[in-house]
Ligand binder design. Structure first.
Ligand SMILES: Nc1nc2c(ncn2[C@@H]2O[C@H](COP(=O)(O)O[C@H]3[C@@H](O)[C@H](n4cnc5c(=O)[nH]c(N)nc54)O[C@@H]3COP(=O)(O)O)[C@@H](O)[C@H]2O)c(=O)[nH]1
Length: 492
């Protein structure tokens, strides 16, 4: 009798759990592919005014976008259906094939002339008879599809008639009758769809892997085993399992991006940025796994581990760091609800000679931090330890201003999208100036992120921005190159 009652329940639970995994996996992949396309869109917009101009005039700007934008591999210009200027080869004459783009904007190719065996996703920004084509390396898509396809669900990217799966191969899309109840989720921003499904036979495999012991228990313990089966049915989703494994294996490592002072351009601190050193996929950028780590709650132990590693790597060199050296650590909302952060900061500070460093916690806006008794106590005790609080990516989320009212904030980090405006039109500069002005009036320090040019550096320091960070001064790097970098004068 318990078997008769429990078995259908297990089948039902398995189906639900598998479907939930498939949905979660495809949403995760969709968000990340949108992030990649946002980056391509920024690159395309940055050069769109050059469309139609002679290649010799545009070439350098194309190359700059191709080398500095995350995920971007190439940037090309077209006019009247002809690709006439590329970041790789300069002047060329190739057909644009505008009709091959889904919605006129996206094309997934198995390869191109430069890398015939490596997929490429092309983002197209059309304007009248001209367009900008931005290529995204298929390896990034493969990484993300592999990450979410591991274990159970099969997740594919569909663009027009093309499909890419976790093996990174691009093929013509055809419905697969071996997939059980495929779920399609379309992007609202770009013309692509994620399809996630569980292959045929997966339900049986899942049942055998997760419920076999329960079958025995059912016979013995009846309905008690059904409850156990239900609990197992809610087990973590596969990306979480993979990230949990990576955490135990010490694959999340610190990279360090140095900062300079805005007045004399001397080194004055760094931001710690997490990277995933994956055993097969290489170095995975933070954008691809941090949002998932935040949603799954794993970000808290990951950050704790990062702080310990940072201490281990930096503290032995404390005496050689410039005085009052600022060390910025990104802290997610979940960590702000956890009073253990106080001890973690205390231990971090105690690894360095007293007063030699300033620990800055950078609050991200991806998830809202609400003031509670716990956050009040946490921030008060952190202040007592001398820990500073900064709002990261200021101006990009809806909560920036609310944070200023609700918490005692020491600094604002201006998001790099605003810093990029320093050299652009008057209205954009006005927004940047207003943020700096607001910070000055509230007596807050300002850190400008994403400084990439002398022009941006000069603009910001003329306006009294205290700290500057960006590729112009140094990219995020491991400890050894960082120590070498700090020995030399900053570039520029
Ligand atoms: N909760 C945590 N979040 C973290 C942690 N480590 C990183 N992150 C967050 O992930 C997002 C992406 O970070 P990353 O890929 O490391 O990108 C950083 C820099 O590499 C990049 N950057 C810096 N200078 C430039 C530049 O001149 N041009 C350019 N195109 N990019 C540049 O910006 C990112 C700086 O991030 P931040 O200052 O934090 O905003 C990012 O949101 C991270 O916060 C972690 O340990 N925990």
């Amino acid at each position: 009798m318990p078997l008769l009652l429990g078995f259908p329940l297990m089948i039902h639970q398995s189906e639900n759990a598998l479907e939930a995994r498939a949905i979660e996996a495809s949403r995760f992949a969709l968000n990340h592919i949108e992030t990649m396309l946002d980056s391509a869109d920024l690159a395309a917009n940055a050069v769109s005014q050059l469309s139609g101009k002679p290649c010799a005039e545009a070439e350098r700007a194309l190359r700059l976008q191709a080398t500095s934008r995350p995920f971007v591999r190439s940037v090309n210009l077209t006019e009247n259906g002809v690709i006439y200027c590329t970041s790789l080869n300069g002047s060329v004459r190739d057909a644009e094939e505008a009709n091959a783009y889904a919605g006129g904007r996206l094309r997934l190719m198995a390869g191109n002339d430069v890398t015939p065996d490596r997929a490429v996703l092309i983002y197209r920004l059309p304007e009248k008879s001209k367009s900008v084509l931005v290529g995204i390396d298929g390896q990034h898509l493969k990484n993300i599809l592999q990450l979410v396809s591991a274990d159970f669900a099969t997740v594919s990217l569909l663009i027009g008639d093309s499909r890419m799966g976790g093996d990174g191969m691009v093929s013509e899309f055809a419905p697969n009758r071996h997939l059980v109840r495929p779920i399609a989720t379309s992007s609202r921003k770009y013309p692509f769809t994620m399809q996630a499904a569980n292959p045929d036979g997966m339900r049986l495999r899942y049942l055998m892997e997760h419920y076999l012991p329960q079958l025995g228990l059912l016979a013995l313990l009846g309905t008690l085993a059904g409850v156990g089966a239900y609990k197992l049915g809610l087990r973590a989703l596969s990306p979480r399992v993979e990230m949990g494994r990576a955490l135990s294996a010490g694959e999340f490592v610190p990279y360090y991006q140095p900062l300079v002072r805005g007045d004399d351009y001397e080194w004055c601190g760094l931001e710690v940025l997490m990277r995933w050193k994956h055993p097969t996929d290489g170095l995975i950028p933070a954008d691809l796994f941090i949002p998932y780590a935040e949603r799954s709650g794993l970000i808290v132990p990951m950050t704790e581990h990062l702080m310990i590693q940072t201490c281990r790597e930096l503290a032995p060199h404390a005496k050689r760091l410039p005085p009052d050296f600022h060390i910025g650590i990104n802290i997610s909302a979940a960590h702000c609800m956890d009073l253990r952060l106080i001890d973690q900061c205390r231990q971090f500070l105690s690894a360095f000679p007293a007063g030699s460093i300033v620990l800055v916690l950078e609050l991200t806006e991806r998830e809202l931090i609400e003031p509670t008794d716990v956050t009040d106590r946490l921030f008060a005790e952190l202040r007592g330890l001398g820990v500073k609080i900064a709002i990261d990516d200021f101006g990009t989320g809806q909560s920036s201003l609310a944070y200023l009212q609700k918490f005692h904030i020491d600094a604002l980090k201006i998001d790099r999208s605003f810093v990029a405006m320093a050299g652009s039109d008057v209205l954009s500069r006005h927004i940047l100036d207003n943020i700096i002005d607001l910070a000055n009036r509230l007596n807050l320090d300002v850190v400008a992120e994403g400084v990439e040019s002398t022009q941006q550096r000069d603009y910001l320091s003329e306006r009294g921005v205290q700290y500057l960070q960006g590729y112009f001064f140094g990219r995020p790097m491991p400890i050894d190159p960082l120590l070498q970098t700090l020995k030399q004068a900053p570039p520029g």
